[in-house]
Design a protein. Structure first.
Length: 575
C-alpha cells in the first residue's frame, strides 16, 4: 500500500508555531498523524524563588491571547495554597473578566482564525446579493447587517482586493478547493460577518478593560480579590459594561449562531460521519463559580468530570491528583509521568531526522503529554458541553438541545470537527446570557452599598517556615487550564502550568497513544487535494490552537541564544 507524508509547518492562523505531519494512503485517507510544537516555554523556571504573590503578573505572559485566564489561575493557585476565600464582588468581577475573554476569544477564533477553513472567500464574488439577503433569513429571523446593498459593498471591496492582487488576510489560501461546500451566497454572508466581527471583537475587548483595567494583560486581580474599587462605585461603568455586553450578545445571536447553523447544513455529512472526532474521551475541570463557598466546594457553571468513549450516560468525577505529564516523546528529560507539583522542565532537544522529518519514534515536540488517570483526553468547549450534557446539567443541556434542534442534527454529530466548532458557538451563546445575570448582580450589590472586594490576610504569618501547595483550576476558552504551585517559606519552590493546548496538541505518550490533534486527524479524514490539505487545517483549527500557551522559544539547532540570571530581591527583579 503506497503511503505519502504531508507536512504543514507552520500551521497559520494560530498563536505560536505548530507543525503537523500526516501520512496518507493511495486514497488520500489520513492513516497516521503527528503534532509538534517547535517552541519552548520557560516561564515556570523564571517563577522559582519569587514571592508567590508576584506570580500572576508574570504567568499571564505565558500567552498574549488568553492573558487574563493565566493571570487568574496563578492568583487562585496561591489563594488555594493560603486558604483564602474572596468576597462576592471579587468573584463576580473575575467571572465577568473571564466571560469577556470567552466572548472575545470564541468570536475571533471562529471568524478570523477558523472561518476560512469553511468559507471560500473568492467564491463570494459570484454570489447574487439579493439572493444572499433571502438565504440569510433561513438561519435567523433578523440577520445581522442583512441587505443587498451591504453584500454588494462587500463584493466590491473583495473585487478590488482580487484585481489588485492584494488579498491581504485572505491571501495564500486554498480557494476553489473541493472541500469547500458553501454556495457563493453563503460564502458572501459569512464573509460579510467576518468583516463585521472585526468591529464587534473590539467591544468585547473593551468589556474586559472595564473591570480589568486594560486588554490584553488586565491588572485588577490580586491575591485576595480585585482592585477595581473606584470603577465599582461608578454606576456609569456598570452601564458601559452592560451596553457593550448587549451589543456583543446581539451579534452572537444574529450572526455567529446563524453562521454555525449554515455550516451545519452544508457540512452535516461530515458531522454525522464523525470526521475529526478524535479520542472520544473528554475532560473538564469545571469553572465559573456560582456561589461564595470556599474554592472548589461550590457550584460552577461548567460541571467537572470525565466522559470516556463518547458515553453520555456516565460521568467520572474529576480528581486533580490524577493529572500527570509524560515526556517520552517530548524534548525534555524524564522517565515517568509526573504530577504538576513534582513536574520538571529540563530541555533535551534531539532534532529532526536526516530528511528533515520528525523523529516520530523518539522525541518530536516541545509540548509535554498530559494524562488523566492514565488516559488521553480532549479538553475545550466540546468537552465542556459533553461533560455538562452527560452530567444532566439543565442549563447546558437546554442550550445544546436547542442548537441541535435548530440544526436538525442528533447529539452524535457533536463528536466531529463540525461539532467541536458548533460547541464553541453554543458556549458563547450560553456565556453571553450568564454574563447578563452576573452583571446585574454586581451592579445591584454595589448600588446597595456592598463594595467589599478583598479578603485581608497576613502573608508572612501564613507562609513563614511552612511548605504550602495550591492549584488554580478553571475552564479557559480553549479548555481545562491548571496552575500548580508549591511554596516554601513564602517563595515559589516549584511551579507548573498544564494548559489546554498542552492537553490537545501533545505528542504520543509512553504507551504510544496519540494526543487529541493526532487522533482527530485520523478520524475518517480524506484529503481532497494533497497539495491543498484544507481538511487538516479545518480539524486542527477546530481546537483553536494556542501554542504560545504550551511552549516558548528555542533555536532549532539547539544553539544557546542568551543567558539570563533572575535574582528576586525585595519583590523586584534584576536581569
Amino acid at each position: 500500500m503506497a503511503k505519502e507524508r504531508i507536512v504543514i509547518d507552520p500551521i497559520t492562523r494560530i498563536e505560536g508555531h505548530l507543525r503537523i505531519e500526516v501520512v496518507i494512503d493511495e486514497n488520500n485517507r489520513i492513516v497516521d498523524a503527528y503534532s509538534s510544537s517547535t517552541m519552548w516555554r520557560g516561564i515556570e523556571t523564571i517563577l522559582k524563588g519569587r514571592d508567590a504573590r508576584d506570580c500572576g503578573l508574570m504567568a499571564m505572559r505565558i500567552c498574549g491571547v488568553c492573558t487574563g485566564t493565566h493571570y487568574q489561575r496563578s492568583i487562585e493557585a496561591v489563594e488555594h495554597a493560603l486558604g483564602i476565600t474572596i468576597p462576592k464582588n471579587a468573584r463576580l468581577v473575575r467571572n465577568l473578566i473571564q466571560g469577556s475573554l470567552y466572548l472575545h476569544d470564541h468570536l475571533v477564533h471562529f471568524y478570523h482564525l477558523h472561518a476560512l477553513d469553511w468559507v471560500d472567500i473568492v467564491s463570494a464574488l459570484k454570489a447574487d446579493p439579493y439572493k444572499a439577503a433571502k438565504i440569510a433569513l433561513n438561519y435567523s429571523d433578523n440577520p445581522w447587517n442583512n441587505s443587498p446593498e451591504r453584500y454588494k459593498a462587500v463584493q466590491e471591496r473583495l473585487k478590488k482586493f482580487v484585481e489588485g492582487g492584494r488579498l491581504g488576510p485572505f491571501a495564500n489560501a486554498y480557494w476553489g478547493n473541493k472541500a469547500y461546500k458553501f454556495t457563493p451566497e453563503q460564502n458572501l454572508i459569512a464573509t460579510t460577518h467576518y468583516l463585521d466581527a472585526l468591529e464587534v471583537q473590539r467591544w468585547m475587548a473593551q468589556m474586559m478593560a472595564v473591570w480589568g483595567g486594560k486588554n490584553p494583560h488586565p491588572q485588577s486581580i490580586v491575591v485576595g480579590g480585585v482592585t477595581c474599587v473606584r470603577d465599582l462605585k461608578d454606576q456609569s461603568r456598570h452601564a458601559l459594561f452592560r451596553e457593550l455586553l448587549e451589543k456583543s450578545r446581539d451579534f452572537v445571536l444574529r450572526a455567529y449562531i446563524p453562521d454555525i447553523l449554515m455550516a451545519a447544513e452544508a457540512y452535516k455529512d461530515e458531522g454525522l460521519n464523525g470526521v475529526g472526532a478524535g479520542l472520544g474521551n473528554y475532560l473538564a475541570y469545571g469553572g465559573f463559580r456560582l456561589d461564595d463557598n470556599p474554592m472548589y466546594q461550590g457550584k460552577t457553571l461548567f460541571p467537572s468530570g470525565v466522559v470516556l468513549n463518547k458515553d453520555l450516560s456516565k460521568v467520572i468525577p474529576f480528581d486533580q491528583s490524577k493529572v500527570a505529564e509524560d515526556v517520552t516523546h517530548s524534548w525534555y528529560k524524564g522517565d515517568k509521568p509526573l504530577h504538576p507539583w513534582e513536574g520538571q522542565t529540563e530541555p533535551e532537544y534531539t532534532g529532526f531526522d536526516e530528511k528533515g522529518y520528525l523523529k516520530v519514534n523518539e522525541k518530536y515536540s516541545w509540548i509535554k503529554s498530559p494524562i488523566y488517570d492514565d488516559t488521553r483526553v480532549e479538553v475545550g468547549p466540546l468537552a465542556r458541553m459533553v461533560v455538562g450534557y452527560a452530567s444532566g446539567d439543565e442549563r447546558i443541556k437546554s442550550y445544546v438541545d436547542k442548537a441541535l434542534k435548530l440544526a436538525g442534527l442528533p447529539p452524535k454529530a457533536l463528536f466531529s470537527t463540525l461539532g467541536r466548532t458548533a460547541a464553541r458557538a453554543i458556549e458563547t451563546w450560553l456565556m453571553a446570557d450568564m454574563m447578563l445575570q452576573w452583571s446585574d448582580e454586581l451592579a445591584s450589590n454595589c448600588a446597595h452599598g456592598d463594595l467589599s472586594t478583598w479578603t485581608e490576610f497576613d502573608y508572612e504569618e501564613l507562609t513563614k517556615g511552612k511548605e504550602l501547595k495550591g492549584y488554580g483550576l478553571e475552564e479557559a476558552p480553549r479548555g481545562s487550564l491548571g496552575h500548580w504551585v508549591r511554596i516554601v517559606d513564602g517563595k515559589v519552590a516549584n511551579y507548573q502550568a498544564v494548559v489546554p493546548s498542552t492537553w490537545n496538541a501533545a505528542p504520543r505518550d509512553y504507551k504510544g497513544r496519540m494526543g487529541a490533534y493526532e487522533s482527530s486527524l485520523v478520524s475518517n479524514t480524506v484529503v481532497a487535494d494533497k497539495h491543498q490539505p484544507v481538511e487538516i487545517l479545518r480539524t486542527v483549527h477546530s481546537f483553536d490552537p494556542c501554542i504560545a500557551c504550551a511552549v516558548h522559544v528555542i533555536d532549532t539547532k539547539g544553539r544557546e541564544l542568551g543567558v539570563y540570571k533572575v535574582e528576586p530581591i525585595g519583590g523586584l527583579c534584576n536581569v
